[in-house]
Design a protein around this ligand. Structure first.
Ligand code: BGC
Length: 765
């Protein structure tokens, strides 16, 4: 039995009853967001029964505060400031009193408690019956969604149906109880995967003079501003509300079976840094609240459902033969979609907007794990994610200078505002592969969409600047026959740090050079006006092309001839192999139980590294090579990172081991639902969710891009009867339907196209 998945629905997650054991994790699983803001699936009365809550946080993407990182010992170029997203006022808070007795799960008796997340509609519904200690009963239904149509809006509808006549029913809704929200306990705060700051970091004040309840919030150190507003509508307009300490209160007499409804709209505005704008923003938000309140909850819910319908019509993946995994898979796609910033200024954090883990930072997770889903289903979102990188190029250039590289840019390993926020450089800044990852995503985006406008502008600039950095970081090593080497780096595997020639990094850098060469040559040969302007702006010299060509050709890619194995880096095979099998189960993840230097002395991988390189550029390796490397690296990998399993699963598909691929896929797809990593309460594992999509499309579907053509080599696990998905490619929509007899490719939209199915060309019309 998979938690929350019931037999009867392929679209709905159901929580029956309440259990202290699962409710914290379910706050994450039931979190709702839209890329602009997100709110955890906490209970409306959570603050009164703390054991039922881990964090009620509502997070606005990139609304963060900073404070200096305190180092015991400082060194030049260390990241200077934490950047931490901070929970904003909770718009879900609600108090219900019957006969002057306050509802919570510990008072009176609650029965039939049920919560359902409808993935198709994007609506969370909670229902229960509450009998107070005097025996009076109330049926409660609360619906909640975060709107895509109105990105600022959290909409809630609370329906209360009394069983008795003549009781006093009181309801209070408030925005401003700022205590408790999103605090981690001391003991938990040592986990580096959670966060560095423990206190909230903003001031708030009420904005007077607005018809609606409005708060102006300002962060302490980053001086970011945000307006939060609320508007409540009670169905019985004869009941007038009273404001007490900022909360809106209604009091009425119950009549048996006569329901009262409260429609509650809360809006989280745009982040702005000019304090003088707060009045106009408050006006905008207040108007929005008036507009949506006029339309009413049901109408805007209908608009939301239509939006979700359009999303699913392109993004859904159907699996026949396993209903449980069907809903599990949709759950991943649902959360991925919720997580992506859409305005080109903000990105997608490692936990989406579902929790405070990793402080709301953006990592390589976006480009290498999450972006492919958007690229092939909603390329406009992929473009916006890449546009964010473009906006932080100035900070990346500055970072390169700090690293003593006088040309090009180095993107921060983890960041919100573009500056490096990783306080531990061996597993942070040293991961210079992030440049190659971003370059790879940029290049793939251009190939898949044909978006030359982006390619000749933002894309070109990113590719040149990232390539320049590698050219400056590496050198030609005489001791290696003049090969181009990249020393002192950390690859994706964070259990091996500061090494020379990490295979993955070198291969990504080699491709980064090639991408830059390709785009620059294209700009020059076609005399592209914008492209040439970009090159002029960044002072491009023709000699750079020659340098990159040489560095790419001479890139050192470590290989062990004796064992016929690809080497993760120069020193990996010189280390002792960690005894994974005899390591006590409780000592995983290793990072929480061993000093980094203990881990670094061994051959032990936190996550896919060389295998990822071979998966991405699989055409550059022979089948037998990939098989040998896979067997070797799988045996030394703990999968302590959630970014690992999907890669091993896809590679297993590619190598034809479908049982193994299926096993990895199940762990990947169900990771958060089963709390496989034991930290789902801190937020979903968004990269792994992207890995879930890739596992179907790249893994079982075998889809990959070779030059300008889509190739497929579908292989279905025996447990399923059919799988079908859609991809967008150069404005076309292709439906791929795979079963054990064969595969159908249907061109649903767009011009004719040739694709490849194994070795066979197929003309789609
Ligand atoms: C992984 C990184 C990843 C980060 C954020 C770490 O545990 O090792 O690869 O970027 O988590 O998801």
């Amino acid at each position: 039995m998979i938690p929350l998945i019931t037999k009867d629905s392929k679209w709905i997650l159901t929580e029956e009853g309440t259990s202290e054991k699962t409710i914290k994790q379910n706050e994450t699983l039931f979190a709702l967001s839209n890329g602009h803001f997100g709110t955890r699936g906490s209970l409306e009365e959570a603050e009164r029964t703390r054991e039922y809550s881990h964090s009620e946080a509502t997070l606005v993407n990139a609304f963060y505060d900073s404070e200096p990182i305190q180092y015991g010992e400082w060194a030049y170029g260390y990241a200077e400031e934490h950047q931490t997203v901070i929970p904003v006022p909770n718009g879900k808070k609600l108090a219900i009193k019957l006969d002057n007795e306050m509802f919570d799960l510990d008072s009176g008796k609650t029965t039939n408690h049920k919560r359902q997340l409808d993935l198709k509609q994007g609506v969370l519904t909670r229902t229960f019956s509450w009998k107070n200690t005097k025996g009076h009963q109330l049926d409660v239904k609360i619906e909640r969604f975060v709107s895509y149509n109105y990105p600022e809006l959290l909409a809630q509808k609370i329906t209360l149906t009394p069983h008795d006549t003549g009781c006093e029913l009181q309801v209070a809704a408030t925005l401003d109880d700022l205590e408790h929200m999103g605090m981690v306990s001391e003991e938990e705060s040592n986990d580096p995967r959670i966060k560095a700051q423990k206190e909230r970091q903003f001031q708030s004040e009420r904005i007077e003079g607005s018809e609606n309840q409005m708060l102006h919030i300002k962060t302490n150190n980053t001086h970011l501003h945000l307006i939060v507003g609320e508007k409540n509508n009670l169905s019985d307009s004869s009941v007038k509300s009273r404001f007490i300490n900022g909360s809106e209160n209604w009091s009425m007499e119950t009549a048996k079976d006569r329901s009262v409804t409260l429609e509650r709209f809360v809006a989280y505005g745009n982040i702005f840094d000019d304090g003088s704008k707060n009045e106009s923003e408050a006006e905008r938000i207040s108007d929005l609240l008036d507009d949506v309140a006029k339309l009413g909850f049901d109408e805007i819910k209908e608009q939301h459902i239509q939006f979700m319908k359009a999303f699913w019509s392109i993004s859904d993946i159907q699996i026949e033969g396993d209903d449980e995994i069907q809903v599990g898979l949709r759950f991943n796609l649902f959360h991925l979609h919720q997580a992506a910033g859409r305005d080109g200024l903000r990105n997608m954090s490692a936990k989406g907007l579902t929790g405070e883990g990793y402080e709301g930072h953006y990592f390589w997770d976006t480009e290498m794990y999450m972006l492919p889903f958007f690229l092939y289903t909603q390329p406009e979102i992929a473009e916006n994610l890449l546009n964010y990188r473009y906006t932080i190029l100035p900070q990346a250039r500055e970072r390169a200078r700090e690293m003593a590289i006088d040309n090009g840019a180095l993107f921060a390993w983890r960041t919100i505002n573009g500056k490096e926020a990783s306080a531990y450089y061996p597993a942070g800044t040293a991961q210079i592969h992030i440049n190659g990852d971003i370059a790879h995503a940029v290049h793939t985006y251009i190939k898949v969409t044909g978006d030359q406008a982006f390619g000749m502008n933002e894309g070109l600039e990113i590719l040149v600047e990232t390539a320049r950095f590698y050219a400056g970081w590496g050198h030609y090593d005489k001791k290696r026959n003049g090969a181009f080497v990249l020393n002192g780096v950390t690859g994706p595997d964070e259990y091996t740090a500061i090494v020379n020639n990490n295979y993955y990094t070198n291969l990504m850098a080699k491709h980064n050079f090639n991408y830059a060469i390709e785009m620059v040559e294209e700009a020059l040969e076609s005399n592209d006006v914008i492209g040439e302007m970009v090159l002029e702006k960044i002072n491009f010299q023709k000699s750079e092309l020659e340098n990159w060509k040489k560095a790419s050709e001479k890139m050192f890619l470590p290989y062990d001839e004796e064992q016929e194995l690809t080497m993760q880096d120069d020193s990996f095979f010189h280390k002792e192999v960690w005894d994974i099998e005899n390591t006590p189960k409780d000592n995983f993840p290793l990072l929480l139980h061993y000093h980094p230097l203990t881990i670094y002395r061994y051959q032990v991988n936190k996550q896919a590294d060389t295998v990822l390189a071979e998966f991405l550029f699989s055409d550059e390796f022979s089948h037998s090579q990939k098989k040998r490397d896979y067997a070797y690296y799988e045996a030394v990998t703990t999968h302590d990172s959630s970014l690992s399993r999907s890669i091993f699963g896809m590679m297993a598909s590619h190598l034809g081991d479908l049982d193994k691929a299926y096993g990895y896929f199940m762990d990947t797809a169900l990771m958060d639902l089963t709390d496989l990593q034991s930290n789902t309460k801190d937020g979903v594992h968004a990269a792994n969710m992207g890995g879930t999509w890739m596992s179907i499309v790249y893994g079982f579907g075998g889809m990959h891009l070779v030059k300008d053509t889509l190739h497929f080599s579908p292989r279905l696990p025996k447990n399923w009867t059919a799988v079908s998905f859609k991809v967008q490619f150069h404005g076309r929509v292709i439906q791929v339907s795979i079963n054990h007899e064969g595969t159908d490719y249907n061109l649903l939209k767009g011009e004719t196209l040739t694709i490849r199915h194994f070795d066979e060309e197929k003309y789609l019309k």
